[in-house]
Ligand binder design. Structure first.
Ligand SMILES: Cc1cc2nc3c(=O)[nH]c(=O)nc-3n(C[C@H](O)[C@H](O)[C@H](O)COP(=O)(O)OP(=O)(O)OC[C@H]3O[C@@H](n4cnc5c(N)ncnc54)[C@H](O)[C@@H]3O)c2cc1C
Length: 334
């Protein structure tokens, strides 16, 4: 029976960063990943560009050279793959972890394939991208409704309702409008979120002013049916049906709370922020750590690659009994 020093769950940028730190510290490691390497980024919109500059999403101290200031999806996929290869990271891909159990000094890590792996320490770095937020309304699970946007060609010459007002919603709306899609954005608030990339704001607002992208602000989506969406104005209470061949529910994602709880990690309510030491990222289960966006509970906008990658050094410092490198705490605890 092989017992790894560190078993890492999730091969996103933050999980890879832990693998690198473990390798540098001479700790044996295994990364279990339910999909491909950097699976979340692989599933991002095909033509997305990161808002961070390339150096802010580097890992392992390896420079990320690109011709522009900010990387696109494909450059990021190339970069993380090369860094993982450079550090000889040890993966088992397409292996979803279902449970982490502590048995005295050793963890038992179970997978959906029925395998069990053993480790002295475990780091959960599962991000959030597999768990879209729901509205809890009739019809949201219909086949023409999706929480993911990929590329525009599926939608050309169709009517699409986009629910949401953050970056994903705005980027999808602009790209769809430019591919002959009749787009309506529905949002419960009165404007786009303040976090929308500053260079997108004039573009989307001018298209709205010209009537090329339609909006229904201050509007709740109350039901979805094949071919149409029902919305209700929060100020007037009036309801209306909008034609929709497709509905994109781009309202964000949340970490897999059930997995964390099954592993014995306590969650704070109502923020769903797990109980962990903000210096070491060790949870209430000794030897079980969290890394990356999974620490953020419902506040996923607070922890991303730029700051989540830094958790790795602190975690491995703690495991190795070294002085812990400081990580700035960004989550306000409620
Ligand atoms: C469109 C978009 C643009 C973004 N742009 C930026 C940006 O410019 N800068 C920035 O810093 N951040 C950005 N982010 C956020 C950033 O991508 C995430 O915060 C980041 O990927 C988090 O890294 P992570 O390693 O914690 O999680 P992830 O990258 O999500 O990796 C988690 C991994 O765990 C795997 N996994 C999940 N559950 C299991 C399981 N049970 N068993 C095994 N494996 C599992 C997943 O398949 C995934 O590969 C963006 C996000 C989106 C959606």
């Amino acid at each position: 029976m092989q017992v790894y020093d560190v078993l890492i769950i999730g091969a996103g940028p933050c999980g890879l960063a832990v693998g690198i730190e473990a390798a540098k510290a001479g700790l044996s490691h295994l990364i279990l990943e339910k999909g491909s390497i950097t699976e979340s980024i692989r599933r991002y919109p095909k033509r997305m560009r990161f808002f961070s500059t390339a150096e802010n999403i580097e890992i392992g101290g390896i420079p990320f050279p690109i011709s522009e200031v900010k990387a696109n999806r494909s450059e990021a996929l190339q970069y993380y793959r090369k860094v993982a290869g450079y550090y000889h990271l040890n993966f088992k891909l397409f292996t979803e972890v279902t449970l982490v159990l502590k048995r005295e000094e050793t963890f038992e890590v179970q997978t959906v394939n029925g395998e069990t792996y053993y480790a002295r320490k475990v780091v959960i770095a599962t991000g959030y991208f597999d768990f879209p937020r729901h509205l809890g309304i009739p019809g949201e699970n219909l086949p023409h409704v999706s929480p993911y946007y990929d590329e525009p060609f599926l939608y050309s010459f169709s009517k699409v309702v986009i629910i949401g007002a953050a970056n994903s919603a705005v980027e999808a709306a602009l790209e769809l409008y430019r591919h002959d899609v009749d787009v309506t954005i529905v949002h419960r608030g009165e404007d786009f979120r303040s976090t929308v990339k500053y260079w997108l704001v004039p573009d989307v607002k001018n298209r709205i002013r010209e009537g090329k992208i339609k909006t229904r602000f201050n509007s709740l989506t109350t039901a979805i049916e094949p071919g149409r969406v029902q919305i209700e104005n929060v100020e007037t209470g009036e309801s209306e049906w909008i034609d929709a061949d497709f509905v994109l529910m781009l309202i964000g994602y949340v970490p897999d709370a059930a997995l964390l709880q099954r592993c014995g990690i306590e969650l704070t309510q109502p923020s769903m922020i797990p109980v962990y030491d903000p210096e070491t990222f060790e949870t209430n289960v000794p030897g079980l750590y969290l890394c990356g966006t999974v620490v953020a509970g419902i506040h996923t906008e607070k922890v991303f690659i730029e700051n989540g990658r830094e958790h790795a050094a602190a975690i491995v410092d703690h495991m190795a009994g070294r002085k812990i490198r400081q990580v700035k705490e960004l989550i306000e605890r409620i």
